[in-house]
Design a protein around this ligand. Structure first.
Ligand code: PMP
Length: 427
């Protein structure tokens, strides 16, 4: 390991021209400080100082086939040489749409944007248009992008509060925030606001906080309340989509949304996102509901999507089987090390996306559990100790696994983890 000197110099230079030194706020919190990277290949990531890492950040999720997957790069390279955007249509966007409609349970029709935030924006607009209602119910600890109408958390007296300065109070005022995984809380919210609710939006697995799975019957319960009160169910599958299964969480849990949003893994590392849903709702696009974008369905994004979905599903979904195997071996191995060293660690979630954290709790069921009982400070030190041993994990405990990770990466990761855990727990 050669330290982070080059990264340090680059960050100092960046701060003179790039606001905050980074291009996405999430990256400010990288430990030991925002590092610079030069190259990624398969499961490996290389930084500006020449350090190599087995990567479980995977670009915050998109790299489900690993870095620089050859089949995707070739498809993009071939397609982009014939043009980039046409202010018009091209056949690849139909192929991409057909692939999504075939895989996604709720997808009667689909529309593409570039980021997950935009897909959520389109879904919420469609829900308001489709119901003629305005209120949106969301949950503490879930993340739906950085736009005004969804970047909202609970305030101290049961209301909703903006999470950034500069948000429109009007947009925030339409939002109700509840604890997740709590059908009683949902029942009373529906009793009070059910007739005004355009939609309930949630991550089907709370990947953005401790990868909390839905409790038994919870998704079905939410679906039933939505149906009873005429509100729509929006599942935000930006993380779970094309990751937990070819048809995402809807396939894995057998619950169907009215509208669902996708991004990240959809295009294997290239920018693409989608809103998909019931045809009677989606048909409003292009008529009474506006959704636009200069770069929507650009050639690169569409070629990447078609190639990514083809790679993921080839040989009877072999990529998914491999990810399940690798992720399971990692989860089991980390648990075994924790038990052997007597370290209170919690692992929960699913092999393609799981949570590792330090806590005496047996599980986290919601965001309040996590806030009260996760030792976030010590996990930050663990993430740095892992970097020093050639493994990159996200500071918030979310581990992504790709089809490029294999048994040897797992073995090396477990060795690094044991050593790093001994260091941060003095075990
Ligand atoms: N929804 C979820 C569930 C997400 O995790 C994210 C991003 N982490 C978004 C929406 C927003 O996506 P993007 O960052 O591409 O705008």
């Amino acid at each position: 390991m050669s330290g982070y000197e080059r990264s340090r110099e680059l960050l100092a230079r960046a701060r003179k021209s790039l606001a905050g030194g980074v291009s996405s706020d999430v990256r400010v919190s990288m430990k030991p400080f925002p590092l610079y990277f030069e190259r990624g290949e398969g499961a490996l990531l290389y930084d500006a100082d020449g350090n190599a890492y087995i990567d479980y950040a995977l670009g915050q999720g998109p790299l489900i086939l690993g870095h620089s997957p050859p089949a995707v790069l070739e498809a993009v390279d071939e397609a982009m040489r014939r043009g980039q955007i046409f202010a018009g249509q091209h056949e690849l966007e139909i192929e991409a749409a057909e692939a999504v409609v075939e895989l996604v349970p709720c997808a009667g029709l689909v529309r593409f944007s570039l980021s997950g935030s935009e897909a959520v924006h389109a879904a919420v607009r469609l829900a308001r248009a489709g119901t003629g209602r305005t209120k949106l119910l969301r949950f503490e600890g879930h993340y739906h992008g950085w736009f005004d109408g969804v970047l909202v958390g609970p305030d101290d007296d049961g209301g909703a509060a903006p999470l950034s300065q500069g948000q429109s109070p009007g947009a925030v005022g339409e939002v109700i925030v509840l604890p997740w995984n709590d059908l009683d809380a949902l029942e009373s919210a529906f009793a009070r606001h059910g007739e005004e609710l355009a939609a309930v939006i949630m991550e089907p697995v709370m990947c953005n906080t401790a990868v909390v799975p839905p409790g038994d019957g919870y998704l079905e319960g939410v679906r039933a309340y939505c149906d009873r009160y005429g509100a729509l169910l929006i599942l935000d599958e930006v993380i779970t989509g094309f990751r937990l299964a070819p048809g995402g969480a809807q396939e894995r849990f057998g619950v169907t949304a009215d509208l669902a949003t996708y991004g990240k893994a959809l295009a294997g590392g290239f920018p693409n996102s989608a809103v998909a849903g019931r045809a009677d709702l989606m048909e409003r696009l292009g008529q009474s509901v506006n959704h636009s974008g200069t770069f929507n369905s650009n050639v690169i994004s569409m070629a990447a999507t078609v190639a990514t979905l083809r790679e993921l599903t080839r040989d009877g979904n072999a990529a998914y089987r491999k990810i399940e195997r690798t992720g399971t071996a990692l989860m089991d191995g980390l648990r075994e090390i924790g038990a052997r060293l007597g370290i209170p660690l919690l692992i929960q979630g699913f092999p393609p996306a799981f949570y590792l954290g330090f806590t005496e709790a047996e599980s986290f069921e919601n965001a309040a559990d996590y806030a009260a009982r996760a030792d976030v400070e010590r996990y930050g030190r663990f993430a740095v100790a892992m970097l020093e041993r050639g493994v990159r994990v996200l500071e918030r405990g979310l581990w992504y696994v790709s089809a490029a990770h294999d048994d040897e990466h797992v073995a090396r990761t477990l060795e690094a983890a044991e050593d790093a855990l001994r260091q941060v727990f003095n075990a």
